[in-house]
Design a binder for this molecule. Structure first.
Ligand SMILES: [Zn+2]
Length: 128
Protein backbone atom coordinates (compact mmCIF):
# COMPACT_ATOMS: atom_id res chain seq x y z
CA UNK A 1 0.00 0.00 0.00
CA UNK A 2 2.74 2.42 0.92
CA UNK A 3 4.68 1.89 -2.27
CA UNK A 4 3.59 0.68 -5.65
CA UNK A 5 6.91 -0.62 -6.92
CA UNK A 6 6.54 -3.70 -9.10
CA UNK A 7 8.06 -5.91 -6.40
CA UNK A 8 5.71 -4.67 -3.72
CA UNK A 9 2.83 -4.80 -6.10
CA UNK A 10 3.55 -8.47 -6.73
CA UNK A 11 3.68 -9.09 -2.99
CA UNK A 12 0.31 -7.35 -2.60
CA UNK A 13 -1.34 -9.14 -5.50
CA UNK A 14 -0.08 -12.49 -4.25
CA UNK A 15 -0.93 -12.09 -0.59
CA UNK A 16 -3.79 -9.63 -0.68
CA UNK A 17 -5.27 -9.78 -4.18
CA UNK A 18 -8.60 -8.34 -3.04
CA UNK A 19 -6.95 -5.49 -1.16
CA UNK A 20 -4.95 -4.62 -4.25
CA UNK A 21 -8.04 -4.86 -6.45
CA UNK A 22 -9.82 -2.40 -4.15
CA UNK A 23 -6.82 -0.06 -4.17
CA UNK A 24 -6.58 -0.22 -7.96
CA UNK A 25 -10.31 0.29 -8.41
CA UNK A 26 -10.48 3.32 -6.13
CA UNK A 27 -7.11 4.91 -6.83
CA UNK A 28 -5.77 3.48 -10.06
CA UNK A 29 -4.73 6.90 -11.32
CA UNK A 30 -2.66 7.60 -8.20
CA UNK A 31 -0.91 4.24 -8.54
CA UNK A 32 -0.21 4.86 -12.20
CA UNK A 33 1.16 8.30 -11.38
CA UNK A 34 3.44 6.91 -8.66
CA UNK A 35 4.61 4.22 -11.09
CA UNK A 36 5.64 7.04 -13.42
CA UNK A 37 7.56 8.72 -10.57
CA UNK A 38 5.08 11.58 -10.53
CA UNK A 39 3.24 12.87 -7.48
CA UNK A 40 -0.48 12.18 -8.01
CA UNK A 41 -1.42 15.34 -6.10
CA UNK A 42 0.94 18.13 -7.27
CA UNK A 43 2.43 16.43 -10.37
CA UNK A 44 5.99 16.97 -9.21
CA UNK A 45 8.33 14.66 -11.12
CA UNK A 46 10.99 12.56 -9.39
CA UNK A 47 13.91 10.42 -10.47
CA UNK A 48 13.55 7.73 -7.88
CA UNK A 49 10.62 5.75 -6.64
CA UNK A 50 11.60 6.08 -2.98
CA UNK A 51 11.74 9.88 -3.31
CA UNK A 52 8.36 9.92 -5.04
CA UNK A 53 6.74 7.86 -2.30
CA UNK A 54 8.44 9.80 0.49
CA UNK A 55 7.28 13.10 -0.98
CA UNK A 56 3.74 11.82 -1.49
CA UNK A 57 3.37 10.40 2.01
CA UNK A 58 4.99 13.36 3.81
CA UNK A 59 3.77 16.31 1.78
CA UNK A 60 0.25 15.06 1.18
CA UNK A 61 -0.23 13.20 4.44
CA UNK A 62 -3.95 13.87 4.70
CA UNK A 63 -4.60 12.65 1.17
CA UNK A 64 -2.48 9.57 1.81
CA UNK A 65 -4.29 8.79 5.07
CA UNK A 66 -7.64 9.30 3.32
CA UNK A 67 -6.63 6.75 0.67
CA UNK A 68 -5.52 4.25 3.32
CA UNK A 69 -8.74 4.68 5.30
CA UNK A 70 -10.94 4.50 2.23
CA UNK A 71 -9.26 1.38 0.88
CA UNK A 72 -9.23 -0.46 4.22
CA UNK A 73 -12.86 0.48 4.82
CA UNK A 74 -13.99 -0.84 1.42
CA UNK A 75 -11.78 -3.90 1.78
CA UNK A 76 -13.28 -4.72 5.18
CA UNK A 77 -16.80 -4.30 3.78
CA UNK A 78 -15.95 -6.45 0.79
CA UNK A 79 -14.70 -9.24 3.06
CA UNK A 80 -18.00 -9.03 4.94
CA UNK A 81 -19.98 -9.03 1.71
CA UNK A 82 -18.43 -12.03 0.05
CA UNK A 83 -19.90 -15.34 0.87
CA UNK A 84 -16.55 -16.94 1.49
CA UNK A 85 -17.22 -20.64 1.63
CA UNK A 86 -14.50 -23.16 2.22
CA UNK A 87 -13.53 -23.67 -1.38
CA UNK A 88 -15.22 -20.95 -3.32
CA UNK A 89 -16.87 -17.53 -3.18
CA UNK A 90 -20.44 -16.92 -4.30
CA UNK A 91 -21.78 -13.46 -5.05
CA UNK A 92 -25.24 -12.44 -6.14
CA UNK A 93 -25.05 -9.61 -8.60
CA UNK A 94 -28.04 -8.24 -10.51
CA UNK A 95 -29.94 -11.43 -9.81
CA UNK A 96 -27.15 -13.60 -11.13
CA UNK A 97 -25.04 -15.83 -9.00
CA UNK A 98 -21.33 -15.47 -9.68
CA UNK A 99 -18.99 -18.13 -8.45
CA UNK A 100 -15.26 -17.69 -7.89
CA UNK A 101 -12.82 -20.40 -7.00
CA UNK A 102 -10.59 -18.11 -4.98
CA UNK A 103 -10.17 -14.57 -3.69
CA UNK A 104 -7.52 -14.09 -6.36
CA UNK A 105 -10.05 -14.98 -9.04
CA UNK A 106 -12.57 -12.52 -7.57
CA UNK A 107 -9.82 -9.88 -7.40
CA UNK A 108 -9.06 -10.37 -11.10
CA UNK A 109 -12.76 -10.03 -11.89
CA UNK A 110 -13.00 -6.78 -9.91
CA UNK A 111 -9.90 -5.41 -11.66
CA UNK A 112 -11.48 -6.16 -15.02
CA UNK A 113 -14.91 -4.88 -13.96
CA UNK A 114 -14.22 -2.03 -11.48
CA UNK A 115 -17.90 -1.01 -11.37
CA UNK A 116 -18.68 -4.32 -9.69
CA UNK A 117 -17.02 -3.31 -6.42
CA UNK A 118 -19.56 -0.60 -5.58
CA UNK A 119 -22.42 -2.84 -6.73
CA UNK A 120 -21.31 -5.56 -4.34
CA UNK A 121 -21.01 -3.11 -1.45
CA UNK A 122 -24.33 -1.38 -2.25
CA UNK A 123 -26.16 -4.69 -2.26
CA UNK A 124 -24.54 -5.63 0.98
CA UNK A 125 -25.60 -2.35 2.60
CA UNK A 126 -29.12 -2.72 1.24
CA UNK A 127 -29.49 -6.20 2.69
CA UNK A 128 -29.02 -4.95 6.26
ZN1 LIG B 1 3.16 16.34 -4.41
Amino acid sequence: MITSSPRNRQWLTTNFPLLFAVLKTLHGKAIESLDNLRCPVCNKQFRRRTATIAHFVRTHREFFIRIVNEVTDRYRKLLNAINDRTHHIVLKLNGEELRFESRKELAEYIEQHPEVLEQILEQFNASW
